[in-house]
Write a protein that binds this ligand. Structure first.
Ligand code: ATP
Length: 300
């Protein structure tokens, strides 16, 4: 086998509770992640030197993705090799469908996909707990990108635990032309002195366990929304347009700027998507959730 392709999904946060900054600079989180059907595909090929290439899928703007060693996919590959003490390299090709700097953890998805792909390419058989620990070292959202589905995230988000979710949810992701830096949004959150919600979001967990979309709509919440809107007042427009288009709720994805419109079902999502496109919002995409974590789609 000389090539392995792994698919990894975008994540959204159904609840993003952000506590006061810790001594190590991270914010403690109480979050509920969900993987949704917007994907990056990562293909790894044996190579004498590390290389990375990124190609857009659809209208995704990949110009901000680094093509050198700071690319998180390469960091993931090097860390896996170091963990096993092997001297190997690979070419990593990313087909990017997840908006860049959109608050949907596309970089984390690439890191998780690269770990799984290289584990197979090099036939390492890395135990799950070791893969999760390597993932946590790469970034707070990377363990969830391995796990997928719907999960509670604690500590800085890197500790993940699957939660009961019987729903077949439908979302419309509304990307923004300009990205928003996660670090800047957290800094604004601190500057505004916002949030301290570290309580288990029981009403949200109940909504997921019963599959009630009305209950879910009533319990979605993101502590970073106010900070993102403070930095980018223009983000009120897609939120309001989503509600006008009939979304049951509008939720900012992570640190933004992508918005998620919660819809009743597949049909409703397509109507909301069309209404947003007609209103002039570029490239809204309907996506189901939850979907699987990083998984192999092709061996060659
Ligand atoms: P975060 O995961 O920090 O919440 P995000 O989901 O908003 O961020 P990402 O698309 O993951 O956004 O990328 C954030 C930044 O990370 C990009 O602007 C880019 O400079 C850098 N980056 C490094 N590697 C990658 C990668 N493989 N894909 C996308 N961005 C990458």
């Amino acid at each position: 086998m000389s090539t392995v392709t792994v698919r990894a999904a975008a994540k959204i946060n159904l609840r993003l509770g952000v506590g006061p900054v810790r001594d190590d600079g991270y914010h403690p989180l109480m979050t509920v992640y969900q993987a949704i059907g917007v994907y990056d595909d990562v293909t790894v090929t044996a190579s004498p030197a590390w290389e990375v290439a990124v190609d857009p899928v659809g209208a995704v703007d990949v110009s901000a993705v680094p093509l050198e060693e700071t690319n998180i996919a390469l960091r993931a590959g090097r860390l896996l090799a170091a963990h096993h003490g092997i001297d190997a390299a690979a070419r990593v090709s990313i087909a990017k469908g997840i908006p860049v700097a959109g608050g949907m953890a596309g970089g984390s998805a690439d890191a998780a996909a690269t770990l799984v792909a290289l584990d197979r390419l090099w036939d390492l058989g890395t135990p799950d707990d070791e893969l999760l620990a390597i993932a946590a070292e790469l970034g707070s959202d990377v363990p969830f990108a391995l796990l997928g589905g719907t999960a509670l995230g604690t500590s800085r988000g890197e500790l993940v635990e699957a939660v009961a979710d019987v729903g077949s949810w439908w979302w419309v992701a509304v990307p923004s032309a300009a990205g928003l830096s996660t670090a800047t949004v957290y800094a604004e959150h601190d500057r505004l002195g916002l949030g301290d919600s570290q309580l288990l979001p029981q009403a949200l967990l109940d909504a997921l366990a019963t599959g009630s979309v009305e209950a879910l709509a009533a319990t979605l919440a993101n502590d970073l929304e106010q900070a993102a809107l403070s930095l980018r007042p223009d983000l009120a427009a897609p939120r309001d347009a989503g509600l006008a288009a009939g979304a049951l709720a509008m939720l900012l994805s992570g640190s933004g700027p992508t918005w998620l419109a919660l819809c009743r079902d597949h049909e409703h999502a397509h109507r909301v998507r069309e209404a947003l496109a007609d209103a002039g919002f570029a490239d809204p995409v309907a996506a189901p959730g939850p979907v699987a974590g990083a998984h192999v789609v092709e061996y060659a």
